[in-house]
Write a protein of this length. Structure first.
Length: 319
């Protein structure tokens, strides 16, 4: 039921206690909205949202999106899903359920409320890409039966569900394909490359490079990413995406390791470990569509973003 006397929105963020979700919530509250954060705290933590308790426009609900959710909101950002390979491979069946059942439930909710819903999809839908850089019309190169498939195929199926709810039920959907994003509030034990290397450097431990470190990724700072998600949600109903969101500067993993060693002054050694199965060799977004439709491009270069992220990890316990 639309509220009669209040123009501010009540916004649901699933996965809101996680890395990206908690930053998104901060920005939405700053803009005067009310936020309902739904999270089962699988990889997220209450620490990420501690500073919001006492804010009357913020509410936390511990809930697993694999189960139905009956709430009243004006917009939905669906971010609930473990994102680090270490975490999503820990319980792969649950990962697929979270992507697929979670999407069905959140789309069912959006259908009942007739509200906009944004899906945090991923560059992983392109798999180990045969097209470089990746454009949104590339269908991808994904192994359906490997150790990354629970995440990649789960996210691909979620995209399918979003587009079918749009075609079949006319739900206003937005699909963001997010490329590697980093920043403060990544969990110390997250396992993704930027946080791993920084934590290892600050603890004086070996830096673990998988493979020979020549594989590439393009790293987007969290503030840039959040701005793009909010702009995407604000687009006209006719714009569904998918739209790539990420930074188009591409780095080798070994270059990232060296940059972090230089910045931290750590004396850690680089050690080389086996490359995990199906680890994509290269990844860089073509962000022409985001530039054009969202009038957006990343502002924070890796150099500045790493400084902020290193400062964050210096300020928290690394145990
Ligand atoms: P994260 O692990 O920090 O956050 C995910 C959040 O979802 C956590 O708070 C976790 O507890 C919650 N969650 C997991 N399963 C849930 C469930 N069944 N029910 C309710 N909550 C659940 O990861 P992140 O980096 O913040 O990623 C957020 C979203 O963005 C994910 O959907 C991820 O796939 C997507 N994404 C992130 C990146 C990136 O580089 N950070 C890249 C591509 C896509
Ligand atoms: N759903 C929900 N909240 C709602 C409405 C629906 O969680 O407010 C869930 C419900 O469990 C359902 C799913 O979303 O299974 C899909 O809803 P839809 O209306 O598309 O399907 P149906 O109810 O017809 O199976
Ligand atoms: N990686 C690495 N050392 C680590 C963690 C990751 O060399 O300690 C590599 C990983 O093999 C991949 C890249 O860094 O090639 C990015 O990994 P991440 O888990 O951050 O994200 P992905 O893009 O693979 O999902």
């Amino acid at each position: 039921m639309p509220r009669l006397y209040d123009s501010r929105k009540r916004i649901l963020v699933t996965g809101g206690a996680g890395f990206l979700g908690s930053h998104l919530i901060d920005r939405l509250l700053e803009r005067g909205h009310e936020v309902l954060c739904v999270d089962n705290l699988f990889t997220g933590t209450k620490r990420n949202i501690d500073h919001l308790h006492g804010n009357p426009r913020f509410e936390f609900m511990r809930h697993d999106v694999c189960f139905p959710l009956y709430v009243e909101v004006d917009e939905i950002y669906n971010l609930a899903c473990p994102a680090s390979p270490v975490h999503y491979q820990h319980d792969p069946v649950q990962t697929t359920k979270t992507s697929v059942h979670g999407a069905i439930n959140m789309l069912g909710l959006a259908k009942r409320l007739r509200c906009k819903i944004l899906q945090a999809s991923t560059s992983e839908v392109y798999g180990d890409p045969a097209v470089h850089p990746q454009t949104e019309d590339y269908w991808g190169h994904v192994n359906p039966i490997g150790i990354r498939s629970c995440y990649d195929e789960g996210k691909r199926c979620a995209e399918t569900l979003f587009f079918d709810y749009w075609r079949q039920h006319n739900i206003p959907i937005k699909v963001a394909r997010i490329f590697n994003t980093y920043g403060p509030r990544m969990h110390v034990a997250d396992g993704r490359v930027v946080s791993n290397f920084i934590v290892q450097a600050l603890k004086g431990e070996d830096i673990t490079i998988y493979g020979d470190g020549t594989q590439t990724r393009s790293f987007c700072f969290v503030d840039d990413l959040v701005e793009a998600l909010i702009r995407l949600m604000a687009t006209e109903e006719s714009f569904t995406g998918p739209v790539n969101i990420g930074n188009s500067r591409e780095f080798q993993v070994r270059e990232l390791a060296q940059a972090i060693l230089d910045k931290t002054g750590a004396l850690s050694q680089l050690v080389f470990k086996p490359l995990p199965q199906d680890d994509p060799l290269q990844r860089r977004p073509d962000i022409s569509k985001a530039r054009e439709v969202l009038q957006w491009e990343p502002r924070v270069a890796l150099d500045e973003g790493l400084d902020k992220t290193i400062d964050y990890f210096r300020s928290v316990s690394l145990l």
